[in-house]
Every structure is written in C-alpha cells, then in structure tokens.
Write a new protein. Structure first.
Ligand SMILES: Cc1ncc(COP(=O)(O)O)c(C=O)c1O
Length: 372
C-alpha cells in the first residue's frame, strides 16, 4: 500500500475525538497507609456483607468454572421477572448497572447528540455518554436535589438520554413519583428517561416511586437496578434494566455475549430469594440513617435528607474544619469516607451508613474535630 502522509506527524493509533478528555472514574478509597484494616465507609457497600445463601451459591459454582455462563442469564432473568412481576423479555442484564449506562449511550448516542443529567449526577453517566461521542449537559441542582424544570431546560432536539439516579448518588436526595411523572410527561417521546434505582430499596419515603410502573406503560423509560447495594454483591458486578422491548432488544445486539458470569448469576439468584438478609440490610439503614444525620447536624454540619444507604454532610469553609481536613482527620483514625471534589462538592463528604459502632466512631471522631 502506498500512502502519502500529509505532514510529518508520526503515524500511530489515536483515540477518537473526546476520549482523552474524559476524566476516568475513581472509586472510593480502600486503603490508609499504616492502617491494616481501615473502616471503609467510602463506597456505599453493604456493611453486613451478603446473603449467606448467595455466598454458598457462589462457592457451589467453583466446580463449573470451565463452562461459559448462559448468555441470556435465563435463571436470573426468570428470578427477577418473578420477583418484580416483570416481562422477562423486557429485561437486560449487565456487568453492574454501569454497563447498562454504557450500552444505552452506545446504542442511542452519536457525535453531536447530548445527554442530560443533574449537576451532581453519578459520574458513570457522563463517562458512558462521552465514550459514545455525546456531549453532557448538566442541569443545576438547587439544594443538591434534581430540579425537573432545570432538567427540561437542558433538553434540546439533540438530547437522546436523561439520566436520573433516584435516590441520587452522591447527594442521597430523591424525587417524588409525581415529579418523575411530570418530567416524563414533558420530555419529548424520543428521549430515553433512565431511572437509576441503585438505592431504590433503601427509599421508604411515601412519595418515592421506583419508576417500574412508569417504565411498564412507556415507550421511553428504562429503570436500572443493581445487586451491588442492598444485596451486597458489589464484587460480582450484576445489574439489570427493565424497559421497552424495542430498547432492550437494541441493546442486546451489542451486549458482550457472556457479560454476567456464572458465579455472579448464581449468587444473584440466591440473593434475591433471601428476604431476611434484605430486611436486615434495610433495618440497619432505617435505624442509623436518621441517627447519623441528626448527630452530624448536631455538630454543626449541614446534612442533606437521604433515602440511600449514605448521608452527605457539608462542612464549613473555615480553616481547620473543611471537608478535606475532615477526610484526612477521619483517615488518621482509620475511617475512610468519600471526598467529593470530583463531583464539584469539595465542601462535602459522603459517609456510608455502617454498623452501630462504626456510626458512633464517625461521630466521636468528628466531635473534637469540629470543636477544636
Ligand atoms: C447511582 C448509582 N448508580 C449505579 C451504580 C453502579 O452500580 P453497579 O455496581 O451495579 O455498577 C452506583 C454505584 O455506586 C451508583 O451510585
């Protein structure tokens, strides 16, 4: 092949435009120098572990590791369909719900398109969209809460997807079913509304709605869920989505053939059947979320209402008491929480609800820090 080079630029592989501008996802910290077993309250994991039946199912698959998993996750499909009373064909499974966000963006976005998310929306959405060449438009979130009008203001004729986490990470705030319905009513029908329910099980506010009923009757609503949070299977990476058949079928065309692995599928099926474990996990949050919020508020921090398994606390802008200093101080006591500067919230920390002793340890450490 003869090629004439236009310039003397070296010929080498180049990522497509926009890829190198993406800020990669960084998970919550898991290590502190010099502390062997820090208390990790930085990634909204389930502090109780996972269901014993899920762990047993995982171990049982050890004898089948030479086999490919079922490419359509049919056991899990049947279990989720039965549990949530959903049509099995309208489900799609992913390597975490993170993969679902990426599949949606890959299928529906091209350069020139955009997606809309809240100003403090989950970082994975913007990465998925930018990876597909789409721009990201951020809707302002007064009081750290998604504002339906602000979201709609960002939607234009090139908007393909609106991503809403409900409850939201990292803020913990939520929208009511009525607000979601208004958003959907006013959204053009060619825009997909993604309702990310990663923390849905922890939301008990009367006005909250997980959006499944809306997804059932709509042509453009996709609900996503995960086994990483209430089921405590974050390590196994299992998420799913329920949406219109036209959307799930299109996503299936580019889904990696065996994206949910065999131990993960078996464990997820068992986890779904363990209602006691789910109830214990929820009871822990029900008890300690208000306690932690109230205690942190009592220390003079601004704590935002949360319906998730974590709370967000805003620190003062006073030297010696900033969020950054609090994060370092807690780390010096062996406690890892999540600093939020990559969300534009460098004045705040996100703290996963722990066991009683953990929650008390956080408050006991922050007391002297705030009053020093
Ligand atoms: C709002 C939100 N959505 C989705 C996820 C990702 O879930 P998964 O582990 O299923 O990829 C998270 C994880 O922290 C999250 O906070």
């Amino acid at each position: 092949m003869t090629t004439v080079l236009a310039s003397n630029a070296p010929l080498r592989p180049r990522p497509k435009p926009g890829i190198l501008d993406i800020v990669a996802y960084v998970g919550g910290k898991s290590k502190i120098d010099g502390i062997a077993h820090p208390l990790k309250l930085s990634s909204n994991e389930n502090i109780l572990g996972c269901s014993p039946s899920a762990a047993a199912a995982f171990v049982e698959t050890a004898s089948q590791l030479n086999l490919y998993p079922d490419g359509r996750s049919n056991l899990l499909r049947a279990a989720v369909a039965q549990h949530f009373k959903l049509e099995p064909d309208r489900l799609i499974f992913g390597c975490g719900s993170d993969e679902i966000f990426t599949l949606l963006a890959q299928v529906y976005c091209e350069p020139g398109d955009n997606v809309v998310q809240g100003q403090y929306g989950f970082l994975a959405y913007r990465i998925a969209a930018r990876g597909a060449g789409a721009a990201v438009r951020f809707a302002r979130e007064p009081n750290l809460r998604v504002d339906v009008n602000a979201v709609l203001d960002e939607v234009d004729e090139r908007t393909r997807i609106v991503y809403i986490a409900n409850p939201a990470n990292p803020t913990g705030t939520w929208l009511s079913g009525a607000e979601i319905q208004t958003l959907h009513d006013r959204l053009p029908p060619n825009v997909i509304l993604v309702l990310d329910g990663a923390y849905a099980e922890f939301a008990e506010d009367d006005a909250y709605d997980d959006g499944i009923a809306l997804a059932r009757r709509s042509e453009n609503v996709v609900v996503t869920r995960t086994f990483s949070k209430i089921h405590g299977l974050a390590a196994l990476r299992v998420g799913w989505a329920y949406g219109p058949l036209a959307i799930t079928e299109a996503m299936e065309l580019i889904r990696a053939p065996f994206n949910v692995n065999l131990p993960a599928e078996a464990s997820a099926v068992a986890a779904l059947g363990d209602e006691d474990f789910v109830e214990q996990s929820l009871a822990l949050i029900r008890q300690w979320r208000p306690w932690l919020s109230q205690q942190l508020g009592g220390l003079g921090l601004e704590v935002f209402p949360s319906q998730a398994n974590f709370v967000l606390a805003r620190f003062p802008d006073a030297p010696g008491r900033t969020a950054r200093e609090a994060e370092a101080y807690l780390a010096s006591k062996g406690i890892l929480v999540r600093g939020l500067s990559n969300y534009g919230l460098s004045d705040s920390l996100r703290i996963t609800i722990g066991l009683e002793a953990h929650n008390r340890a956080v408050v006991e450490a922050l007391g002297p820090f705030m009053n020093q």
